[in-house]
Design a protein. Structure first.
Length: 79
């Protein structure tokens, strides 16, 4: 029998619904395979094709030293 996390497409971690405020800056994945950088205060978006979605935190945003631009964070296990 599948647990609710497996049915939602996620193996673990807190899930957020579309429309909820983003609690912290970072990269977030949805159950449809999208990955977006979001900042605190944004709202989790709906998928443009599938509609309402669930999101989970995927990693930090890091600033590139030379440009100051944000980029996806490295996998913490591979630092």
């Amino acid at each position: 029998m599948l647990g609710s996390a497996d049915r939602d497409g996620f193996k673990g971690g807190k899930r957020f619904s579309a429309g909820q405020p983003v609690p912290a800056d970072g990269l977030y994945d949805d159950i449809w395979g999208s990955r977006l950088p979001l900042v605190r205060g944004d709202r989790f978006p709906c998928d443009p094709v599938m509609g309402r979605s669930k999101w989970r935190y995927a990693g930090p945003l890091l600033a590139e030293p030379a440009s100051g631009r944000l980029r996806a964070g490295a996998d913490p296990g591979r630092v």
